[in-house]
Ligand binder design. Structure first.
Ligand code: FES
Length: 574
């Protein structure tokens, strides 16, 4: 049997004696011919397929296309499951399990006879979770996201997943939509395979993966049901074999320059604030220095070019037909590090040099952008968020970006929801809603609850937005003037825990300030009276998570998962 002894997999399938026989024999129970053990690259296809993760439910078919490509290029593809995280079903929140997926996938990549991995993701947390794992193990890797759903169609208009839900919820509260209409509308919104088709977190992270250089150009935008999604998957199967042969690893692709590109692309596409946390976590695995402030300073001169919901009008299908991410990256030109290398083996500049734009109402040019520079994610600081907080300016109401109001404080989103319909709720349009104990440790898992709906009585009066402040996250499909990721979180003893109803709070986004107008002496008095909430769990994953999760400004990874582990297996019991 010919064998390439340099390959990692050769330690298994090229072995002689009892151990080698066991490695090969058990694999042959699947009907593989012996040529698969001839030293060709063994390619793992990590799929987050699950019927419980509906955005990823088609990934087993995408995997078949990847396998075709791997076989074509002379590799040996082996598909295996990694934890599927369905954003809509998992309780208390899928984010609680992102690090568990990352940890599971990291161990699987290392423990198995793999020379390279293809990462199949879709729904929000599966993309960063697999990238974190790939970063830590640093085997050659390529990502294939599952693609967005087709545009939702309801009553003659396009409706975006997630974004429409928030609007319909307000319509139902205000009596503008019946439950029967809701049943009908929900099917119109989700009418094909794929992840959310707004520029929510899934589309953002797919775009970010492409901007980082970890998936093929155009990959982010092909709709899940488009034949070119499957063509791209097959191409990725060919490319991963090249990556193994050239030993081009994630650490050589996801450099500081690549992260800077991703941050700027995220600003240009009006991407989700969740990208901030995920990119910080991925960078932490690689040892790439990246800070929360980078997201503000690097995005400051980047205009929003993409007119997609929730910041704009269109949806991912339109974005695809308009030219997709390469058209945006070409437009950004010198704002990107064109020399950054990608999974194609070529540079960013080479990948996008000829990228056309077919619709300037979807992808705007740099000289006449959709929104001017500085309308992306802003990082706020002040005595209420000494370690930072973020706000997505493009999804906020311009008139609320400078605002002073009295706090109305709730210790959980549930406590607020219990009174949201009260006619006598002491709130007006100037009130600042404070929702706390929603951070990584507090809820736990830092759920997407920050954009709580407005009080019913204000909705009925036509109020459409209010300032909300929270240590949790917001869905990438959501909108509103919402200050997120307040750090330190309330459960960690942050100043957010000390706010009382009636306190004045000033939000000044142009000055990047978030101020609780309470003296240091009074805050010290309140702190002395504060007691930390009891742990959310006494055992299991949630206990491990809450004991070790980092704050949002560090990407909310677990402290012991930061950094690389490599792909060496320390011991072998065979
Ligand atoms: Fe899966 Fe939105 S719920 S991507």
């Amino acid at each position: 049997m010919a064998n390439n002894g340099d390959r990692r997999s050769a330690a298994w399938f090229g072995a002689t004696g009892r151990a080698g026989m066991a490695y090969r024999s058990w694999m042959r129970s699947q009907g593989f011919t012996p040529e698969v053990f001839d030293g060709r690259p063994v390619i793992g296809i990590a799929t987050t397929w699950s019927e419980l993760a509906p955005c990823n439910a088609h990934l087993h078919r995408v995997a078949e296309s990847v396998k075709r490509g791997v076989w074509q290029a002379g590799g040996f593809p082996l598909e295996f499951p990694a934890m599927a995280l369905g954003e809509t079903l998992l309780r208390p929140t899928a984010m609680l399990y992102r690090n568990l997926l990352a940890m599971e996938a990291e161990e699987l990549f290392r423990a198995n006879p793999l020379d390279g991995v293809v990462l199949l993701s879709g729904c929000d947390k599966t993309t960063p979770g697999l990238l974190m794992a790939a970063a830590s193990v640093d085997l050659p890797a390529i990502m294939v996201t599952g693609g967005p759903k087709l545009n939702g169609k309801y009553q003659g208009t396009d409706v975006g997943s997630g974004t429409a839900v928030w609007r319909w919820e307000e319509d139902m509260v205000a009596g503008r939509m019946t439950q029967e209409e809701c049943f009908f509308a929900e099917a119109c919104m989700s009418r094909s395979d794929g992840h959310c088709m707004t520029m929510g977190t899934a589309s953002t992270m797919a775009s970010v993966a492409e901007a980082l250089g970890m998936q093929l150009p155009y990959s982010a935008a092909w709709p899940a049901v488009d034949a070119r999604r499957y063509e791209t998957a097959q191409r990725a199967g060919q490319v991963i074999v090249d990556l193994v042969n050239s030993d081009l690893t994630p650490s050589a692709i996801m450099t500081r320059a690549a992260f800077e590109n991703a941050i700027r692309v995220n600003a240009a596409i009006g991407g989700s604030t969740n990208a901030v946390i995920h990119l910080l976590a991925i960078a932490g695995r690689l040892g790439v220095p990246l800070s929360l402030d980078d997201f503000d300073t690097l995005a400051a001169d980047v205009p929003t070019l993409v007119n997609l919901q929730p910041s704009g009008q269109y949806l991912m299908e339109d974005f695809c037909y308009a030219g997709g991410l390469p058209a945006v990256m070409r437009e950004l030109g010198g704002l990107l590090h064109g020399g950054a290398v990608t999974v194609t083996g070529r540079t960013v500049a080479e990948n996008v040099a000829e990228a056309p734009c077919w619709n300037r109402d979807v992808i705007y040019p740099m000289d006449a952008p959709f929104q001017p520079p500085g309308t992306g994610t802003a990082v706020l600081r002040g005595n209420l968020a000494p370690d930072g907080a973020v706000i997505k300016q493009s999804a906020a109401s311009p008139h609320l970006l400078k605002h002073r109001g009295r706090a109305l404080v709730f210790d959980s989103p549930e406590a607020y929801h219990a009174v949201v319909a009260d006619e006598d709720l002491d709130a007006d349009e100037d009130t600042v809603l404070v929702i706390r104990y929603c951070g990584p440790r507090g809820y736990p898992g830092m759920p997407e609850v920050s954009n709580v709906p407005l009080p019913k009585k204000l909705l009925n009066r036509g109020v459409r937005d209010m300032v909300r402040i929270c240590d949790g996250r917001m869905s990438g499909t959501a909108y509103g003037t919402v200050v997120l990721h307040v750090t330190p979180e309330a459960a960690a003893g942050g100043a957010l825990a000390l706010v009382r109803t009636g306190d004045w709070i000033t939000l000044d986004v142009p000055s990047r300030a978030l101020t609780l107008e309470v003296s240091d002496e009074e805050l010290a008095r309140r702190r002395a009276q504060w007691t930390a909430p009891p742990p959310a769990a006494s055992r299991g994953w949630t206990r491990l998570y809450t004991d070790h999760v980092l704050q949002a400004d560090s990407g909310a990874d677990l402290d012991f998962l930061v950094g690389a582990s490599g792909h060496e297996v320390p011991r072998d019991s065979h």
